[in-house]
Design a protein around this ligand. Sequence first.
Ligand code: OAD
Length: 239
Amino acid sequence: MSLLDIRERISNARSVAVLTGAGISADSGVPTFRGTDGLWKNFRPEELASPDAFERDPKLVWEWYNWRRELLSTKTPNAAHEAIVQLEKQIENFWLITQNVDGLHRTAGSTNMSEIHGNIWKVRCTNCGTIAPNHDVPIDILPHCPNCQGLLRPHIVWFGESLAQEDLDASFRALQNCEILLIIGTSGLVYPAASFAPIAKEHHAFIVELNLDPTPNSNLVDISFQGRAKDLVPLLLPS
Ligand code: OAD
């Protein structure tokens, strides 16, 4: 089966879900998590993206996020992000589930989506819980809440934390109801997203994976294409 066949299937589908990971933003120049260029001062993301790390050393964690915000502020969506916006316009029931916190899908124009790991451009007060957009680059370290002076943290779901219920609900709804699931640029290693392909499969979705390398999902999906997201995803647009 070729990408053209998949395009044909997509053009006849009434419901499509898409799951994306860091690989789609790699084509915008954003380092992936598990690639060597994604490391900051030799810390693995698991060592910094956790409530324990923040409690131990909030300054270190904010310095890492400040570095990532500086890097992201120079990046723009690529042809794969844009193709997903077009899919949303063309498919009757469309839902995007992204693990990316970089906000590039939103900048590209996607709206039917769950950012299941949060968004790096939002902050949340550890005291009063207020969530607010914040695009400061650099951000004050340590940043404090304008309402209550509590310490602000990134509005991101860290290792060991639960996803927001509404994001889980929307994701499960999309996975259970989609005719086609596209999995783009994710290593498939981090839960719960790692369980998403099996859920869609149980509900008889046709699953297509687009990734630079083989992944643990490659055996489970119906078809897997290897290549760059920015080259492959635009080829799936119904003509
Ligand atoms: P990973 O870094 O684990 O995986 C990125 C995947 O994208 C790998 O399988 C690469 O082979 C692939 N890839 C790289 N460049 C690509 C390209 N140009 N086109 C297509 N594929 C490409 O990133 P995620 O799977 O997103 O969590 O990681 C999942 C979560 O783990 C992240 O959301 C993050 C992280 O720790 C949080 O921040 C909470």
